[in-house]
Design a binder for this molecule. Structure first.
Ligand code: B12
Ligand code: SF4
Length: 491
């Protein structure tokens, strides 16, 4: 935080109490806010970031700290489950300083700009899409910009979606405004994240990315990405980088060039890293290049072991290519985390069984099991509406980990819970699981603390406390504050 009054304050709301296990295990910087702040600074606008989530602030503390900063414009970021919390914070800030201009951005605002601005009374404005240009326009007093929505004479006015055509021209995220020492992952306590590419050409029905960032992939220069990694290591002591690109390995030539640039910065051995990808977007030479550049883990979407569910999800990946990718990644010396999603529309008990069998045969090092959640802007939501499938309308329950949002009689809560339990056991109770992690420890791929943490995660996954913690009825599974209603009338 700066000491003079900044013109703009950007807030990452304290959503950790409201989302669940994964968000708690790993804590990364709010890169979106970092990018917004960097663009504002480059244009001469003074800015501060309050990462209330990383600082562990309560709702009241967030409002209090934000009000004390006294910025003219306050921007909040929210995904679907945290939009009500963001609205309530905005209301608190407006109640304390009515002249503050409050603006919302992020995935939920992008998907439902008009509805959200009309519903959440704490906001004067909203930005849909990538917000760099629209936020600058708002802070500079301009009347309109693509993606900028406002209240005008009792109506919501605005158009389009913010879009960054040239990501190569963007300054690096303003990490000097962030509490970097707070960020950690089970693999390291010296952690940050980087985005090297924006967009994903795939069209998975459950995913918010195509609507949020678009299907056109925009890549940064490999040398610039490697230089950002080197700067994070040199200036912040970062030893582990999580790449957040939606599908990191789509372009083989780019990946090889990046690995080369990372080696040229002499980062392997000093910085380990991981990335997300699809099973049909890797091959052995690429996997070896990743390994030699310090990549230690791939995170791959498995979703389902049923070919028909994969087809209905428009995943575009076959079971055979998953088997091949997991085998080849292990041969290259990479550990693999697999994402699994249960409770897709139309999924049968036999499909769930096929998923357990597939995960057993893939033997990932880690598994993250989530529940299909029809986020606004996704094809899955349209499908549920079209087919008359019952879905929960309380945004706070859209965490994808704890709450069953899609209700179909073919899948009881007990069946889902048992499947979560079996999947975790399949991965973490394998006789060779501990041995594999011990080998990674011996080869320096895993820090001692991380090994302990991974073991605890495995143990926790087997305990009744986390297995199928999701909700049985209309009662929400979070212990924190009371449910939050829309903030329509707050100001
Ligand atoms: C990293 C990540 C996380 C990290 C967040 C780290 C952090 N501190 O920010 C963690 C693991 C904590 C996380 C949690 C969750 N995530 Co997440 N996450 C992502 C991921 C992979 C990348 C986000 C990112 O950093 N993008 C890069 C930056 C540059 O973009 P950005 O953050 O979107 O910001 C830009 C715009 O959105 C906009 N903007 C954002 N905030 C603001 C604020 C203002 C004021 C303005 C003007 C503009 C603006 O401008 C920014 C710059 O262009 C995205 C996928 C994706 N490609 O977006 C999913 C994604 C955003 N997550 C998603 C989900 C579902 C979740 C969880 C619900 C999952 C869970 N149960 O934990 C929670 C929700 C947390 C919450 N806030 O409520 C969905 C969101 C769908 C939705 N409608 O909400 C996405 C799209 C993934 C998907 N496949 O659908 N996530
Ligand atoms: S799930 Fe992954 S591959 Fe599918 S659209 Fe989303 S980001 Fe792309």
């Amino acid at each position: 935080m700066t000491h003079t009054t900044p013109e703009v304050l950007l807030i990452n709301p304290p959503f950790r109490a409201r989302t669940a296990r994964i968000a708690q295990a790993s804590l990364g910087p709010p890169l979106g806010l970092g990018y917004l702040a960097a663009s504002l600074e480059a244009a001469g606008v003074t800015v501060a970031i309050l990462d209330a989530n990383a600082l562990g602030l309560s709702f009241q503390e967030t409002v209090h700290r934000a009000t004390r900063v006294g910025a003219r414009v306050v921007g909040l970021s929210a995904a679907t489950p945290s939009v009500r919390l963001a609205g309530r914070i905005a209301c608190g800030i407006k109640a304390a300083r009515r002249s503050t201009v409050t603006v919302l951005g992020g995935p939920h605002a992008t998907a439902l700009p008009r509805e959200t601005l009309a519903e959440e009374g704490g906001f004067d404005a909203l930005v849909s899409g990538e917000g760099e240009a629209a936020l600058l326009a708002l802070a500079s007093g301009e009347a309109s910009a693509p993606g900028l929505y406002r209240h005008v004479n009792g109506k919501v006015r605005g158009h389009g979606l913010g879009h960054v055509a040239n990501v190569r021209a963007l300054p690096w995220p303003a990490r000097h405004l962030l509490p970097n020492h707070r960020y950690r992952t089970p693999d390291s306590s010296h952690f940050t994240t980087i985005i090297a590419q924006r967009g994903c050409p795939a069209a998975c029905t459950y995913c918010g990315v195509p609507a949020l960032v678009g299907r056109e992939v925009r890549r940064r220069e490999p040398e610039d990405v490697a230089a950002e990694m080197a700067a994070c290591h040199r200036d912040l002591g970062v030893r582990y980088v999580g790449f957040l690109d939606d599908t990191f390995t789509l372009d083989g030539l780019w990946v090889h060039a990046l690995c080369e640039a990372v080696r040229a910065e002499r980062l392997p051995g000093r910085v380990r890293w991981s990335c997300l990808t699809r099973a049909n977007a890797v091959d052995p030479p690429m996997l070896r290049a990743l390994r030699s550049a310090g990549c230690v883990r791939l995170e791959i979407g498995i979703e389902s072991g049923s070919a028909s569910v994969l087809h209905s999800l428009k995943k575009g990946v076959s079971l055979a290519s998953m088997r091949r990718a997991f085998r080849e990644a292990r041969t290259a010396g990479l550990s693999v985390l697999g994402f699994v999603m249960l409770n897709a529309p139309g999924e049968t008990p036999a499909d769930l069984e096929a998923t357990v069998e597939l995960v057993e045969s893939l033997a990932p090092d880690h598994v993250q099991v989530s529940l299909a959640t029809p986020y606004p802007g996704t094809a899955m939501r349209e499908e549920c509406v079209r087919r008359g499938i019952a879905i929960d309308s309380n945004w706070e329950r859209y965490s994808f980990l704890n709450d069953v949002v899609i209700r179909e009689p073919s899948r009881s809560l007990d069946l889902l819970r048992n499947t979560v339990s079996r999947l975790n056991r399949t991965v973490y109770l394998r006789p060779d699981w501990a041995l594999r992690q011990a080998t990674r420890l011996a080869t320096g791929d895993l820090e001692l603390g991380a090994f302990a943490s991974a073991a605890v995660r495995g143990a926790l996954a087997l305990s009744a406390a986390t297995l199928g913690r999701f909700d049985r009825s209309d009662r929400t599974s979070r212990p924190a504050e009371a449910p939050i209603g829309p903030t329509r009338d707050c100001v």
